[in-house]
Design a protein around this ligand. Structure first.
Ligand code: ADP
Length: 623
């Protein structure tokens, strides 16, 4: 755990980079904060200045005309400023509420932009969890920038306003009395007082910063505790799909045990003890030093007024201005400390944002062939998952033509899904080449290439939005096409029974009238969704796993209609689903050990397919 303080260079570089990211996407967050904090800071000085003028008039000339003018002017100026500030504050608050959501959006954008192979790693998720936790628990990292900018917008106008209002206090001439009061105007005394005030301000800010630094390190040390709490204390309790297991096995007990040693913020935790001990002492001392500062100011200003350097109105002005000056300078010093404390969190954040694209991005467009003449070839392809030394695929050679039905079979772990992931370029082969119409798929524009595939993954996800939107994966959809795809996928009868047809909401999260659907129905919708874009390839990963035998038979019998003129690839470990495919690839331990039609393969009595078929046949013969 790096507990040492970061360099100033890093502090400015990283915070500046974070600020630029925010500003480029959400400039209004900065404008609104500048308007709100700027006005809020300047307003008291304006009031102080007018009050001093009024009091001086009271204790001086007492001219009713001028007094009236001053009072009216004070009212008008301060009212207009207060109204402007109130408006700016509303604007600022509306921006501030969106801060965490916007940060999450930036993380999500990065995740979506990443190569799938990078996103799919545990380290990537660990990094993201650390980034998000430091933001949500300690407001460190990216979201820290907004608070820092607000401090800057408070400190800088604060210092400028206070200097303007207080500089004449130091320069005011003291009339000669012939006693010790004359020394008050001595430049050395003035300098001494100024230095003392600066020293007290710096001491207070240093104590506060140091205590804050110690606490910020605690925050980092409890990253694990935060994650544990987040996951056990919330995620798994609120996850509906875990609810049954959670109750049946009372998983809260094991969660509670894990949480027990990880109480990062309770009274008896390390940070609790630090807050009561060393940090508490530093924070307390800093407040005492602040009061000393006020004492020095009162003493010096009152003595100077006593000696006749200025009137009573100016006393209130100077005391208020210099107290505010100290607050603004402390704020600025606190801000500097904060920028430095944020460094380690920003390093983690940028480690995440800088995760590189590892895949070669080609530029060729895939030909949009009206005849859909595509040919795919795996040429001696081998693949290891990143960080693994096992071959998931080894020397895979195969070819297939468009319009055909290809089945990929094999036992669990034999490499079927990996084969599909490589075909869809979620990963690139470790060795060998995959060719589309004779050209290495890496040379095609990535998005173009992806667009020729529609995949129904085994763990597909539907959203709690209207059915039609789910099928189109878009808010606006073509109802005729969506309905056609649903009917092809075997969802027609159910569609006819839905109260609002395509506009019926799935699930009830967003709509009380939403419908709950079974696993099999969901799978049909997922198949319809894959048909909607009319991509030339359709890939179904265990498409019938959640279906009952009747629904399964229905899908098979309609399979030709479903796939139409598309090339269809089926992954299955149920051999019954492969019979009607033109070509069957048999995987075993990462290798393609057989390829051919059902009849050919089942006839080869020494082959794996024959053995698997007969092992499973008992389930099918009855049907
Ligand atoms: P199948 O789809 O036939 O069940 P997979 O293609 O999923 O098989 O898996 C092939 C091999 O690759 C297995 O040994 C599996 O453990 C391994 N594997 C799968 N996914 C990963 C991954 N993300 N990281 C490391 N190894 C993996």
């Amino acid at each position: 755990m790096e507990n040492k303080k970061a360099s100033w260079g890093d502090a400015f570089r990283l915070n500046w980079r974070a600020a630029r990211i925010w500003f480029s996407q959400y400039p209004n967050m900065f404008y609104s904060a500048a308007a709100d904090y700027g006005l809020k800071t300047i307003l008291p000085y304006v009031t102080i200045w007018f009050s001093a003028q009024i009091i001086d008039e009271f204790t001086g000339n007492r001219d009713p005309q001028r007094l009236l003018k001053l009072v009216v002017l004070t009212l008008i100026v301060t009212t207009v400023m207060a109204l402007l500030q109130a408006a700016a504050h509303r604007w600022f608050v509306s921006q501030r509420y969106t801060r965490n959501g916007r940060a999450n959006k930036m993380y999500a954008d990065k995740l979506l932009d990443m190569d799938y192979s990078v996103m799919d790693r545990q380290e990537t998720y660990d990094l993201l969890t650390r980034v998000r936790n430091s933001g949500s628990w300690g407001a460190w990292g990216l979201v820290n920038i907004n608070g820092s900018f607000e401090m800057l917008m408070e400190a800088v106008p604060g210092i400028l306003g206070a200097v303007v209002l207080s500089v004449s206090m130091f320069t005011a001439k003291v009339p000669t009395h012939g006693n010790w009061l004359d020394h008050l105007g001595n430049p050395l005394v003035v300098l001494g007082v100024a230095v003392l005030l600066v020293a007290l301000t710096a001491l207070s800010a240093h104590l506060t910063n140091h205590a804050n630094h110690i606490m910020s390190i605690q925050d980092r040390n409890f990253a694990l505790g935060n994650r544990t709490f987040n996951f056990f204390g919330w995620t798994i309790i609120s996850d509906r799909s875990r609810a049954l297991d959670f109750r049946a096995y009372r998983q809260d007990k094991i969660c509670a045990d894990y949480l027990a040693g990880n109480d990062g913020y309770s009274w008896n935790s390390i940070s609790g003890k630090k807050a009561r001990g060393v940090c508490g002492i530093m924070w307390g001392t800093a407040r005492v030093v602040d009061k000393l500062f006020i004492g020095v100011i009162y003493g010096y200003v009152c003595l100077k007024a006593w000696a006749g350097a200025f009137g009573i109105g100016s006393v209130t002005q100077y005391i208020a201005a210099i107290t505010a000056l100290s607050r603004s300078v402390s704020l600025l010093l606190e801000l500097l400390g904060r920028l430095r404390n944020n460094v380690s969190y920003l390093e983690t954040t940028f480690e995440f944002f800088d995760l590189p694209h590892e895949m070669y991005q080609g530029s060729l467009t895939t030909e949009k062939r009206s005849d859909r003449q595509y040919q795919v070839e795996f040429r001696d392809v081998s693949f290891k998952y990143p960080g693994s030394d096992q071959w998931a695929l080894r020397h895979v050679n195969m070819k297939f033509e468009v319009g055909r039905r290809l089945a990929v079979v094999g036992q669990n772990g034999s490499g079927k899904t990996t084969f599909i992931k490589l075909l869809c370029r979620l990963y690139d082969p470790t060795e060998g080449q995959i060719l589309l119409n004779g050209i290495d798929i890496r040379k095609y524009n990535y998005q173009d290439y992806l667009a020729i595939f529609s995949v129904v993954f085994q763990d597909f996800q539907l959203l709690a939005f209207p059915l039609g939107q789910n099928v189109a994966a878009a808010k606006d959809y073509d109802p005729v096409r969506a309905e056609d795809c649903l009917r092809k996928a075997g969802f027609g009868d159910r569609l006819d029974s839905l109260p609002d047809g395509l506009e019926t909401c799935l699930y009830r999260e967003f709509d009380q009238k939403g419908v709950e659907i079974s696993g099999g129905e969901a799978q049909k919708i997922a198949i319809a969704r894959a048909l909607y874009p009319d991509a030339p390839f359709i890939i179904l990963d265990e498409p019938t796993a959640a279906l009952d035998p009747i629904a399964e038979a229905e899908i098979y019998s309609k399979f030709d209609e479903i796939a139409g003129d598309k090339t269809a690839i089926y992954i299955s470990h149920r051999l019954s689903s492969c019979r009607f495919c033109d070509d069957i690839l048999v995987f075993d331990q990462g290798r393609v050990i057989q390829q051919g039609s059902h009849e050919e393969l089942v006839a080869d009595e020494s082959g794996k397919y024959h053995a698997l078929w007969h092992a499973q046949a008992q389930y099918y013969t009855k049907g």
